[in-house]
Design a protein around this ligand. Structure first.
Ligand code: NAD
Length: 361
């Protein structure tokens, strides 16, 4: 059996990273029917958009996308392709593992965190009112009527933060199922409910309710500011972190920083009917075509995809092969060397070859 997967090559360093990652995934022995699709700045001239309809049609058919980084064109009126795909397919959960691999330079060891971020609600819902516009002025006067004590200047801009029972419940259920499947021991729900009672307070209430169905998993709640300090001081004490959209965005980069930066971090966006796997980093366009950048993040995103497809054994073998190559420190890209100008650093392609050699052993 072969899995149908939409393969999006991206732009900048995307195509060379994807070529390396695709070869590695095939070396696990799992069979794929890749539906190769182009998106990003390189196809804008041809299609008039960085996200041609054919990409969406392909994902509608395959339900699984493996995506290289894509540049977000600035000042063209186009939004991020990544956000557009997440919205189109209602991929409401973002998964970002942050794990210490021996050999990756970091001040911390023994970190194995899974950060789960709600992907659709909160201040990212896109409900904004521009300062000075008639509807904003009207809204301010309406709010003052309802909440006379609210501190609000006439020249305010307003962003609205919706957090719902529906959105939080499906997110929390997915999160606890994921924690159970991956035999995780503890879930920490993170918000700022002491200040935002009707949004973050509701969030805690719903996650707490869902947690009752998973008695084998320890559940705790933590305020987001305290969590930042705890993560910097003793990250090894945490396991699965469950956050609303904005806090999730911020803490996921913090967690990536704990284990050696964005270059090694994979991510997944998942909905009820589709999933998209990608590296956390961007298209690093200044290195385009140089066979230089690190393929680890995209390869580990491929490992998450194997896991999602039920190829758990292949996923474990792949992770071990990547970890072994990093631990040996010979066939790794410049960013993993103590000295970034180290002449023994290898290229994207050669690092992939080393991982393939480990897989074939
Ligand atoms: P970036 O992650 O592309 O690059 C920042 C720097 O990080 C690079 O200059 C490089 O030094 C380093 N880096 C990144 N990936 C690396 C790798 N695999 N190996 C070694 N070093 C690596 O961030 P940016 O420059 O802010 O963004 C470039 C473009 O990518 C922007 O248009 C941004 O919108 C887009 N972006 C896309 C995604 C995505 O597709 N999911 C994510 C983030 C940013």
């Amino acid at each position: 059996m072969a899995f149908d997967v939409t393969l999006i090559r991206g732009d900048g360093t995307g195509p060379e990273l994807m070529e390396a990652a695709r070869r590695v995934l095939e070396a696990t022995g799992v069979k794929f029917n890749w539906d190769v699709q182009d998106a990003g700045v390189d196809v804008m001239e041809k299609y008039g958009t960085p996200l041609p309809d054919s990409v969406l049609e392909s994902i509608r058919r395959t339900h699984v996308a493996y995506k290289a980084p894509i540049t977000t064109p600035i000042g063209t009126g186009f939004r991020s392709v990544n956000v557009a795909i997440r919205k189109e397919f209602d991929q409401y959960i973002n998964i970002r593992p942050s794990k210490s691999y021996p050999g990756v330079r970091s001040r911390y060891q023994n970190i194995d965190l899974i950060l789960l971020r709600e992907n659709t609600e909160d201040l990212y819902a896109g409900i904004e009112f521009e300062m000075g516009k008639p509807e904003t002025v009207e809204l301010i006067s309406w709010i003052r009527g309802k909440q006379p004590k609210a501190k609000m200047y006439d020249d305010s801009g307003i962003s609205i933060k919706p957090i719902s029972v529906t959105g939080t419940r499906r997110f929390a259920k997915f999160g606890f199922e994921y924690a159970r499947k991956h035999k995780r021991k503890k879930v920490t729900a993170i918000a700022k409910a002491n200040i935002m009672k009707y949004t973050d307070g509701l969030y805690y209430q719903v996650v707490r309710e869902v947690a009752k169905d998973y008695p084998e998993i320890q559940y705790e709640e933590m305020l987001v500011d305290n969590m930042c300090m705890q993560l910097v001081q003793k990250p090894e004490l945490y396991d699965v972190l469950m956050l609303p959209n904005l806090y999730g965005d911020i803490l996921s980069d913090l967690c990536a920083g704990l284990v050696g930066g964005l270059g090694v971090g994979p991510g997944a966006n998942i909905g009820d009917n589709s999933a998209m796997f990608e590296a956390v980093h961007g298209s690093a366009p200044k290195y385009k075509g140089q066979n230089k950048v690190n393929p680890t993040a995209l390869i580990l995103a491929g490992m998450m995809m194997l896991d999602y497809l039920g190829e758990v054994d292949a996923a474990r073998r792949l992770e071990k092969a990547v970890a072994d190559v990093i631990a040996e420190g010979k066939s790794v890209t410049y960013d993993m060397k103590a000295d970034r100008n180290d002449p023994t650093a290898v290229g994207t392609k050669e690092m992939a070859d080393a991982i393939i050699a480990k897989l074939k052993k």
